[in-house]
Design a protein around this ligand. Structure first.
Ligand code: RB5
Length: 156
């Protein structure tokens, strides 16, 4: 599995730690920035990751900002993206089992680094349940289809 990762300045330190964790666990990553603590705008980084997930070029992504809220709002504007803002192991597990989340979003100002790493581990190691949850994900796709997509990107 290849994971694409990005953050704004608020998430930069967490991103570095998460990239190290993924590398230690032999998981291939692509780092799309940011590269420093200098202030940047989260929509620029969320859209880079969400666009690649939406196009189906990469299976999974991780986004980090201060609260996780801005990254979630932007990422979920892209067709086929199911970005889940997770605060604990329960939400991380449910976002995979029930929602087949393809982007994990974390808030560096509302989590400890240790909790963030446990969330990443759980999220990567939990499979989608399918069944009735697939029917619900299909309904999300139907909603995207009926309302059009962002920037002409669509998997439908
Ligand atoms: C940056 O200060 C902060 O607004 C951003 O990281 C994020 O929390 C936005 O939702």
């Amino acid at each position: 599995m290849k994971i694409i990762v990005a953050s704004d300045h608020a998430g930069f330190e967490f991103k570095s730690r998460i990239l190290r964790y993924l590398s230690e666990n032999k998981i291939e990553t692509i780092d799309l920035g940011t590269e420093t603590n200098d202030s940047v705008d989260y929509p620029d980084y969320a859209s880079k990751v969400a666009k690649l997930i939406s196009k189906g070029e990469i299976d999974r992504g991780i986004l980090i900002c201060g609260t996780g809220i801005g990254m979630s709002i932007v990422a979920n504007k892209f067709a086929g993206v199911r970005a889940a803002l997770c605060h604990n192991l329960e939400t991380a597990e449910a976002s995979r089992r029930h929602n087949d989340a393809n982007i994990l979003v974390l808030g560096s100002r509302v989590l400890t680094e240790a909790v963030a790493l446990s969330i990443v581990e759980t999220w990567l190691n939990t499979a989608f349940d399918g069944g009735r949850h697939q029917d619900r994900v299909d309904k999300i796709h139907a909603i995207e289809k009926s309302h059009g997509t962002v920037n002409g990107l669509s998997l439908l």
